[in-house]
Design a protein around this ligand. Structure first.
Ligand code: GDP
Length: 480
């Protein structure tokens, strides 16, 4: 009772790569030519929004329902924005100030609730969703689970302090995620501040703002004095237009868990950001390995709502347990199917955990399978070395590698030992870490082992080049 991934894709009239990707999200590593069992096939089919039909024990046939969205079905959706920046540069203040700009902010009953994200409506009628857990930890944690919820990052830089370590880290994370930046130069109300210095400092990190001839929008703001908030919102909407953000609201919902908790009175509560379709009260959802019927939905003002369109964050009640942030959430036709998917995911999670515990090499195997499937177009690498000269030499060498199908991309190159932050960055971007004449800290090693991030140690540059070249071709053996 098996079917090849390619054959399954053909029957769904879907791209092979999409099926491979969906399998990955479910924790199954398979290339196009590999076979999967009928249970797995059925789950992939459901995950991709089709209705599976097994005609015979040995066969899986699919209905046409839930075919990929057509161009005509896609409608504009509000942008989803994450605010990042160095500590004390004003992320929280800015989130608060922006929230106050909501046209309905003054209405009765509008008591704001922290649910992990909120949406505001502008006087123009435009809407913007903000993830209100500032900082890059949440962003990275979600990306590590394969979730991408953020369309753009607002990088807050305090004009009186300038570019600081966490500013640089935020730039790195946004870049690794291929998410555009908008720079908000904050605290311009303070006497004697020099916003131009911020622009110059950003240049050193290859962020070129528009006033210096670059493509990154910048806005001078004051969160506490509420200066230029409208300009910042305009910049966000402009960026959204450039990105042409669209989704089909007329289909069963799909989204990502942003935050979750066990509430004493209400039981498991999860904030879901709807990314596709419309989520309705009464829908049966599976979120990670948890499932349930949506008993109630609440918005960020604690108001009960019946429907949530794309880009709206909503708190849902009724799940069987608490799903982790970053988990994929999908509406299914009935409880039997929900139970089936949940059980399947639990089994997979156990198998994956066992595998990761046995040998910390999950990332590399996934990467190899994707490269072989022609699905991965890029090999991401984090380089750490003992001296700057080696960093530069390795980065230059790696820059020349790659072929038509697969490019090599250095996410980060620096001097020093491997730290937990390097491992997190690698994990979030599915990257390999190259350690040249340096070691990893004990914590970093342990984290890498746990997360299945591959750290490879070298002392000869051409061996680095050799290995990465093999990786590009999908032919590298993991370190045992
Ligand atoms: P976060 O750590 O990035 O979230 O920063 P906060 O929002 O907590 O702000 C840190 C400090 O900077 C607080 O004391 C804020 O009142 C202050 N602050 C934030 N924005 C501004 C601003 O626009 N102007 C001035 N003068 N102070 C600000």
């Amino acid at each position: 009772e098996t079917i090849t991934v390619q054959e399954l894709a053909n029957r769904m009239a879907a791209r092979g790569g999409e099926v491979v990707k969906t399998l990955f999200r479910m924790g199954v590593m398979a290339t196009l030519t590999q076979t999967i069992d009928a249970d797995t096939a059925e789950l992939v089919v459901t995950e991709m929004g089709h209705r599976p039909k097994r005609v015979a024990e040995s066969d899986v046939e699919l209905g046409l329902e839930g075919a990929p969205d057509t161009e005509a079905e896609l409608q504009p959706r509000p942008p989803v924005v994450t605010i990042m920046g160095h500590v004390d540069h004003g992320k929280t203040s800015l989130l608060d100030a922006l929230r106050q700009t909501d046209v309905a902010a003054h209405e009765a009953g509008g008591i704001t609730q922290h649910i992990g994200a909120y949406q505001i409506e502008l006087p123009s009628g435009g809407k913007v969703t903000f993830i209100d857990t500032p900082g890059h930890e949440a962003f990275t944690a979600m990306r590590a689970r394969g979730a991408s919820v953020t369309d753009m990052v607002v990088l807050v830089v305090a004009a009186d302090d300038g570019v600081m370590p966490q500013t640089v880290e935020a730039i790195r994370h946004a870049r690794a995620a291929n998410v555009p930046l908008i720079v908000a130069i904050n605290k311009i109300d303070k006497p004697g501040v020099r916003p131009d210095r911020v622009r110059q400092e950003l240049l050193q990190h290859e962020v070129v703002v528009e006033s210096l001839g670059g493509e990154t929008q910048e806005v001078e703001v004051s969160a506490t004095q509420r200066i230029n908030l409208d300009k910042l919102l305009e910049a966000i909407l402009l960026q959204a237009e450039i990105l042409d953000l669209r989704a089909n609201p007329n289909r069963p919902a799909e989204g990502t868990v942003i935050e979750s908790k066990l509430d004493r009175g209400r039981g498991p509560v999860a904030t879901v950001l709807v990314q596709r379709g419309t989520l309705r009260q009464g829908d049966i959802v599976v979120a990670g390995t948890e499932w349930g019927r949506v008993r109630a939905m609440l918005d960020d003002r604690g108001r009960q709502i019946k429907e949530a369109p794309p880009s709206l964050p909503v708190e849902i009640l009724g799940l069987s347990g608490v799903p982790a942030a970053g988990e994929h959430c999908i509406v299914v036709p009935d409880e039997a199917r929900a139970r089936e998917i949940s059980e399947y995911r639990q089994r997979r999670a156990r198998e994956k955990a066992a595998l990761a515990a046995g040998a910390g090499r999950g990332t590399l195997n996934e990467m190899l399978a994707r490269i072989q499937a022609g699905e991965q177009k890029e090999v991401a690498v984090v380089v750490k070395a003992d001296v700057q000269g080696s960093v530069e030499a390795i980065v230059a060498t790696l820059g020349k590698l790659g072929n038509e199908e697969v490019k090599v991309r250095v996410l980060h190159g620096a001097v020093g030992q491997i730290t937990e932050s390097d491992v997190q960055l690698a994990k979030a971007s599915n990257a390999v870490i190259v350690a040249f004449n340096v070691r990893a800290t004990a914590q970093a090693r342990e984290l890498a082992q746990r997360e299945g991030v591959e750290i490879r140690y070298y002392s000869i540059i051409y061996e680095v080049a050799d290995d990465i070249e093999k990786l590009v071709k999908g032919r590298l053996a993991p370190v045992q």
